[in-house]
Design a protein around this ligand. Structure first.
Ligand code: NAP
Length: 480
């Protein structure tokens, strides 16, 4: 990694199909050791206005493209991203600080999301409405067509910057919309590269614009602009609620946080359980919205789980994210790591047992396993967004379901059992957007509908589902 900010690569904003720089440089640093890794630019009022103007002006060109043409464009972008995957993984590793193996995995997911969107572009359809079912409609026929909304503001968080951007940008373009994208200020570099790829693929100028800059300024401005028809937001509950309050008549989808739980029944223990739970708790240092944070273990498997889980956790290797064998690198900032450290301390003072981990060095927190923390401590009831998992013992399945549900959030939950009756009873009772049977709540593939209940959000992503949110069914009715 280069040592000085002036030596690192520059990543322009993208407005109206052109790279744009401003006088306000935004230096991005590797979270693990603060090395400068790239420079982009804060958009000012002028750039935000230009991006909105460009997106509004390009809406007509996007609308005119046929489904086959939009699909071909996305497919071309998929090919180009494939050719650039190694570089994109480096960019992602550098801006997020996630281990390089995970960064490569993220590029793979972004590519799959793009390919699925290219395929869905051809399938977007309305329906024939059986209108003569209404007494007053005798002699009429009706159908719906799905029309693009127009300009969509995409606002994305720091933790999975490329894939989460792709979940907004690709379905938006696949369904004929245009996009103004504001990436997180800590991880704005991959979006610049993505815009360049779409440009190279032949996207109409202005159909995808990238503007970095502080959320409170750039984000607020996007939320307020009357040309924006929809805000597609992924991030914290705090910012999501603010957006919802200010969005007025705009359509809003919110993919927010969680404190996901898993239940392990006596018959649920299998060879994959421990490795899956370790990955679910500690991948990207727990900075995943469906990271495993609370594990409810039946009393008959509790001791075995504690022993095997802490032993597997102890083997995780902490190190520089560029090293191939690193499992745990750092959190996004030292400030975040300090917050997680404080929350661990709070849990210990409230009577939790520390089974392993608990220490912090700069922005890195050791993978930490706590037992029996009171449900009221932050590590249990709030979203940790760090490498911390709390283990609990239970007797009856019903009690475990109620304890998972005893949360303001509801993104996903998992249950391990071979008993289908129990599994489906839990699946119906768990108050979440998705239930995983015999898997951890962190399971997500990009084809599935994904989103939350309660404070975890509203609306669904996954290309097909996002495209439904990003289009309007228009009724066409004729008298025969
Ligand atoms: P965040 O602080 O809410 O920021 C998310 C985005 O919102 C950033 O681009 C941020 O810009 C922007 N923003 C900040 N203030 C804004 C405002 N007033 N108006 C409009 N935009 C504004 O979230 P984060 O810390 O980046 O990400 C972590 C959170 O995301 C966690 O809660 C996690 O659970 C959630 N998440 C959810 C999902 C899901 O699919 N459900 C997936 C991943 C992450 P700045 O960076 O410039 O502040």
């Amino acid at each position: 990694m280069p040592a000085a900010a002036e030596q690192v690569q520059h990543f322009p904003l993208f407005i109206a199909g052109r790279p744009v720089t401003t006088e306000s440089e935004l230096v991005v640093r590797l979270p693990f050791d603060s090395t400068p890794v790239g420079v982009t630019y804060n958009a000012g009022e002028r750039e935000v206005a230009a991006a909105l103007e460009a997106a509004a002006a390009a809406a007509g060109a996007m609308r005119k493209l046929s489904a086959a043409e939009r699909s071909a464009l996305l497919y071309k972008a998929w090919q180009l991203l494939g050719e650039n995957q190694a570089e994109m993984a480096q960019v992602l590793m550098s801006e997020t600080g996630k281990p390089i193996r995970e960064a490569r995995g993220e590029v793979g997911r972004a590519m799959e999301t793009l390919l699925l969107s290219a395929e869905e572009a051809r399938r977007l359809h309305g329906e024939v409405v059986p209108i003569e079912g209404a007494l007053a409609a005798k002699g009429r026929m009706a159908m719906t067509v799905r029309e693009p909304l127009g300009v969509i503001a995409a606002i994305t968080p720091f933790n999975v910057p490329l894939t989460l951007a792709m979940h907004k940008v690709a379905p938006a373009l696949a369904s004929g919309n245009t996009v103004v994208h504001k990436p997180a200020s800590t991880t704005p570099l991959s979006a610049s590269r993505l815009a360049a790829i779409f440009q190279q693929a032949g996207l109409p100028a202005g159909a995808y614009n990238v503007i970095a800059g502080p959320g409170r300024i750039v984000g607020d401005r996007l939320v307020e602009d009357r040309r924006v028809r929809m805000i597609s937001f992924t991030g914290s509950v705090e910012v999501g609620s603010r957006i919802r309050d200010r969005a007025g008549m705009k359509r809003v989808t919110l993919e927010l946080g969680g404190n996901a739980g898993v239940i392990v029944e006596p018959d649920g223990y299998d060879d994959s359980l421990i490795p899956r739970c370790v990955t679910a708790a500690f991948a990207h240092s727990g900075q995943v919205c469906i990271s495993l944070q609370r594990a409810y273990l039946h009393e008959t498997v509790y001791d075995r789980f504690v022993e095997e889980f802490t032993r597997a956790t102890a083997k995780l290797k902490i190190g520089h994210p560029a090293a191939e064998d690193t499992d745990i690198s750092s959190l996004i900032t030292e400030e975040e790591a300090r917050r997680v450290e404080q929350w661990i301390q709070e849990a210990l003072e409230a009577g939790a047992q520390l089974l392993i981990g608990g220490r912090r060095t700069n922005a890195t927190v050791e993978p930490t396993v706590l037992a029996e923390a009171p449900a009221s401590v932050s590590c249990s009831c709030k979203e940790v967004f760090g490498p911390v998992v709390v283990l609990y013992r239970y007797r009856e399945l019903q009690e475990a379901i109620e304890r998972v549900n005893d949360s303001a959030y509801g993104l996903q939950a998992g249950i391990y059992t071979r008993d289908l009756g129990k599994a489906f009873r839990a699946a119906r009772q768990l108050e979440v957007g998705g239930v995983l049977i015999n898997d951890v709540p962190m399971f997500r593939v990009d084809i599935m509908p994904y989103g939350g209940a309660k404070l975890s959000g509203m609306g669904r992503e996954g290309p097909r589902y996002a495209m439904e949110e990003m289009t309007e069914p228009k009724l066409i009715c004729w008298k025969v």
